[in-house]
Write a protein that binds this ligand. Structure first.
Ligand code: SF4
Length: 153
């Protein structure tokens, strides 16, 4: 709907958009996760002028729109302690979205044996990235007395 509104508002020549939704359950280690993948397809090539708009620049090449169900469980995970913040990772919930290490590689590096280094940047930035984990596999622990993290951005 937001994309359609943007297209209409800027009078772009995009007559139709097809969206296919794939809804399925993944059962892994006794945890069932509802997964919804949305595939967006522009059914006609974009007008050259439309190609200059920020939305179409974002949508160049293959587009993959994914939807994740977020776990709220506080079950135990693996702790990665830093000086100002500790990151908790619950591998059973990880959906391998790659979001953490693509957006904050100085902290999350799956090529390393200890793949999370919380001291790689500020604790606030680490907390903000953890909040973006779509599956709820990541969490943080603040030291006693430290200010609590802000809302998810
Ligand atoms: S962002 Fe979360 S779900 Fe995605 S790879 Fe990292 S830990 Fe796993």
């Amino acid at each position: 709907m937001e994309l359609r509104s943007y297209i209409d508002e800027h009078a772009l020549d995009v007559p139709s958009i097809a969206v296919v939704v794939d809804f399925f359950l993944i059962s892994k280690d006794g945890v069932v996760t509802t997964t919804i993948d949305r595939d967006v397809d522009f059914t006609t090539p974009l007008d050259p002028d439309a190609a200059k708009c920020p939305v179409s620049r974002l949508l160049e090449g293959d587009i993959s729109v994914r939807t994740f169900a977020r776990h709220q469980s506080k079950t135990k995970g693996i702790l990665y302690a830093g000086e100002d913040i500790t990151v908790v990772w619950r591998p059973a919930f990880c959906e391998h979205s790659e979001r953490c290490f693509r957006q904050l590689p100085q902290v999350f590096d799956p090529r390393e044996r200890t793949w999370i280094t919380p001291d790689g940047t500020s604790a606030e930035r680490v907390a903000a990235q953890v909040a973006r984990c779509p599956s709820g596999a990541l969490d943080v622990r603040w030291p006693e007395g430290a200010p609590s993290p802000g809302p998810r951005d």
